[in-house]
Design a protein around this ligand. Sequence first.
Ligand code: PLP
Length: 496
Amino acid sequence: MQYQSTRGNGAQITAAQAIAQGLSENGGLYVPENFPQLSEKTISDLASMSYKDRAAYILDLYLSDFSIDEISRYTSEAYSMPNFSNPAIAPLHKLDKSTHFLELWHGPTCAFKDMALQMLPHLLTASLRKIGEKRQVCVLVATSGDTGKAALEGFCDISGTKVMVFYPDEGVSDVQKLQMTTQEGENVNVVAIEGNFDDAQAGVKAIFSDAHLQKELDKAGFLLSSANSINWGRLVPQIVYYISAYCDLINQAEITPGEKINFCVPTGNFGNILAAYYAMKMGLPIGKLVCASNSNDVLTEFLKSGIYDKNRQFFTTVSPSMDILVSSNLERLLFDIMGRDGQCISNLMAALNTDGRYVVQGHFKDEIDRIFSGGMCSEEDTLKTIATTYHEHKYLMDTHTAVAYKVLSDYRNKTGDETKSVIVSTASPFKFCDSVLSALGCDNTGDGMKLLKLLAQYTQTDTPTPLAALEGKKARFLTSISIDNMKTEVLKFLKG
Ligand SMILES: *Cc1c(COP(=O)(O)O)cnc(C)c1O
């Protein structure tokens, strides 16, 4: 399997090269040349395997320059206890006869980013070895909260790597901030920036395209790479849990093999739902992909009108990991839908850069409509959904998952589509205990540690171990900088 850039001329590179490089030189994202097909027989074979073996099988289809032994070693290390607190790794929770939650937050940082970031360090260090890279790699991360911690945890003390995280000072929850600023490890750095996630992401992209800076880092023995979902090594492990969820539904006799199901995904950068689309391209029986947004509903608008327009107000919401106006991975979807035409994508992205908008029309838009449906959930409805679901079903969701559940309910009411549906649950409710407590009508004043305990008391459940372990930890990283200083900060970290 070879890879090509969404803005390129079709030139191909290996998986290891794509993962090592992250973003292509022309600013495009790497995509596989085609999608390996899963037959019904293969899916039923996968159904009898453990999560790590399903993962190894699927990754092997895409990473042809990795041996199956290598891949199996990595999936065994990544997807095992006690790294994950649930032996199923990505278990389903049945809410009612046609609604299931796919819980992706049983990993070390309690959010779905662990599903990929427990694998990426293995894939990235191996890729660098395979391409003969001698320099140390520095992973730069722009985070809306969850990627940062998951990358820190994944890369912590991995030799030959350094990791540097930029997060928006005012845009993350108390618990998220605590998780990042108390991170241990010799090779890590965490810096707050005065701005929002899009500013952080733009700053990191600017560093990547700064040839002068790269030269300077090269002399100092460093190579930059990315742990954001622009990196193929981040995306490919995410395809696995869609297929795995389907297998589990078969095993639990909830569906018959071949039956179509819908997925509803709380969406920000479009990485998670893109992985669902890729699973569908591989032949997984999927009816609709429902894309759920919070008040930053640039994607909902796009799916309605075909106009992607980031010139709009930015809201800080109770689902901060989705507070994004530039959804990078949409580029990969468009590339696939629009006949894999690199020039066409280059033009759209140039328009996004200069005018902040682009338009997709005609049969391309029809094709998107055939597969996707979009919806928005307000702040008020997010909190209401948490409360009513808890009171009716004793099931507690985090704010992001609640956005998805509400949008799926709206979609069902509007269309009458009764296809069995899986809601992708992306974070533990404890990670956003402040908003979850307020949804439940509880006192939510106090620091993150106090709120974790309040939520545990109220729900009579245990605080997830990694969050309880934050108790008494001292913040190591207190630097806050303006966006203009991001480059300087990288140099300071790497060159001392
Ligand atoms: C990152 C994140 C999302 C958004 O996922 P994308 O791949 O960026 O669309 C949703 N919920 C949570 C909790 C997240 O951490």
